[in-house]
Write a protein that binds this ligand. Structure first.
Ligand SMILES: [Zn+2]
Length: 366
């Protein structure tokens, strides 16, 4: 089997995926058209960006504005959630930690609670369409066992997909709003919420604003993953490490001193190759810190960040790592499997994932 196809076939774990950035292009186009007809946006302004493969950074920002408008509608939020899960399942992702910022929009009658209800409704909708619940008496455990269905390339897939949620604090938020998100995460623990993320425009917001909410999350036993060093900001990186996050994302601009801390604390790093190149965090993928981390056996997981926005898939990210850094099938499989240890779900899920990988190893490893 060719390596590209093989990267699709192996089970994979996605730990860094934003709901909005993972919307299908076809859905974006359809929804943008409706907004255009209603006069909310000028359709022609966004249409060429939606249909483009390999968007520039300014073009990505255009889509951010569109996401913002679309996610003020509960029905749309449910729909995109359902589709995003289906798309990850079609890539043989067996565990997805999907992150999203609970939104409040009084004019549209949306609260952070009602936004999250729409997300959870979307997850439940997946069951009734083309996947069956593995454990049908537990409607809040999103362990979905798909019926054998054909994906878009006609390949049959039969893996289960476990879905868990991370609630994101956006860097534009106030302390009070961030606290509200942490409390909501706690309320929704039984509905599959397993942790807190800090994300958003890295040039916006002061670290001090988020400390109370992040410490609150820690006290409640909610693990943290932080978007870290997307731009050079050594002081903030130091402060982030002081709070002992369970994982960090990106880690593009880290000084040697902080790398030493990250490595000695063995903090897993969510690596988003395509995203880092597209957002111009590095000149070339060959210069990526993946190489140093991989060679020093540091815990890391390949992730998509925004598979819709950056026109990628998790299978493609594994292929990219294999082809760029010269990893063989055994190394790629081990890389995919090692992510089990960094998921925020409980030991029962980890054990189930170990079994899935063991079965896949027998089938897919020569
Ligand atoms: Zn991200």
């Amino acid at each position: 089997m060719e390596i590209r196809e093989w990267c699709h076939e192996i089970p994979k774990i996605e730990l860094h995926a934003h709901l909005n950035g993972s919307i299908r292009d076809s859905t974006l186009l359809e929804l943008a058209k409706v907004l255009g007809e209603k006069g909310v946006i000028v359709f022609e302004d966004v249409a060429h960006v939606i249909t483009k493969n390999g968007r520039s950074l300014p073009e990505c920002f255009k889509l951010f504005d569109l996401y913002h408008i679309l996610t003020t509608d509960h029905g749309t939020v449910s729909r995109i959630t359902k589709e995003v899960v289906e798309d990850f399942a079609a890539e043989n992702v067996v565990y997805l930690e999907l992150r999203t910022t609970p939104k409040k929009n009084e004019a549209k009658g949306m609260t952070k609670q009602s936004y999250m209800k729409a997300v959870i409704d979307g997850l439940r909708a997946v069951d009734t369409v083309d996947v069956a619940l593995a454990n049908s008496d537990s409607s809040t455990d999103y362990c979905l066992e798909p019926l054998p269905i054909n994906d878009t390339q006609g390949r049959i897939r039969r893996n289960k997909i476990y879905i868990r949620l991370l609630l994101s604090i956006d860097r534009r938020e106030t302390t009070a709003s961030a606290m509200e998100t942490v409390d909501l995460a706690m309320e929704l623990k039984d509905a599959g919420v397993v942790g807190i993320d800090l994300s958003g425009n890295p040039v916006v917001g002061e670290w001090q604003t988020f400390i109370p909410a992040l410490k609150h999350a820690k006290q409640l036993g909610l693990p943290l993953t932080l978007h870290c060093a997307e731009i050079p900001n050594q002081k903030e990186v130091q402060a982030m490490l002081d709070i002992h996050p369970e994982r960090i994302g990106h880690a593009c601009f880290i000084e040697e001193e902080e790398w030493r801390r990250i490595k000695s604390a063995k903090i897993p790093v969510e690596i988003c190759l395509t995203s880092n190149v597209r957002t111009e965090r590095l000149h070339s993928i060959d210069d990526h810190h993946f190489v140093d981390l991989y060679n020093s056996k540091h815990p890391l997981a390949l992730c998509t960040d925004d598979c819709g926005l950056f026109s990628t898939t998790l299978s493609n990210e594994y292929y990219l790592a294999a082809s760029t850094f010269g990893l063989d099938k055994g190394q790629i499989f081990q890389l995919a499997r090692s992510a089990i240890e960094f998921v925020f779900a409980d030991n029962e899920v980890k054990e189930a994932l170990r079994n899935i990988f063991e079965a896949a190893e027998r089938k897919l490893m020569p």
